[in-house]
Design a protein around this ligand. Sequence first.
Ligand code: ADP
Length: 166
Amino acid sequence: MKIAIYPGSFDPVTTGHLNIIRRSAKIFDRLIVCVMVNAGKDPMFSLEERCEFLRRVTADIPNVEVDFSSDLLAEYARRKGSCVIVKGLRAGSDFENEFSMAMINHRINQSLDTMFLTAEHEFMYLSSSAVKELGSYHVDLSGLLPEQIIPDFEERIQSIQGGNRS
Ligand code: ADP
């Protein structure tokens, strides 16, 4: 059975992420979408919320499961019996960073390879941080975030902005 891991921060999951998930789920027998705990980042949504959003938007894809981990990715993959990491590549910015991470992961775990799926045109410039920026100006997020999570996202933006108003 070919098991792949799709790691990220997913803060929150965007339609760009979901596009990569759907395409990789067709290639592999099992896809584990893993929310990586990154102490350096200050996320908008908790780990539990990010996992719950991912479960909600992937509920119709039977071979996808959602998990989280604070382990080194190469160790996590070994533990899960996976030898493939899936990454999405957007225009320009992702390449340098992803290339060096792929090399490091392979060095730590020789049986681990990274496969890149190029972002589709409409998602090429989409990132969670862009969505958060647009959301703070109340731009319509249809097409950028999965419909199922837009109300939760807008609610969070409102509560953050309400809290900052005092
Ligand atoms: P972001 O950069 O949006 O904060 P993550 O750190 O959660 O996203 O990214 C997880 C993975 O998803 C990375 O491999 C990243 O390159 C990929 N990815 C993010 N957004 C897109 C997109 N719009 N299209 C394709 N891949 C993407």
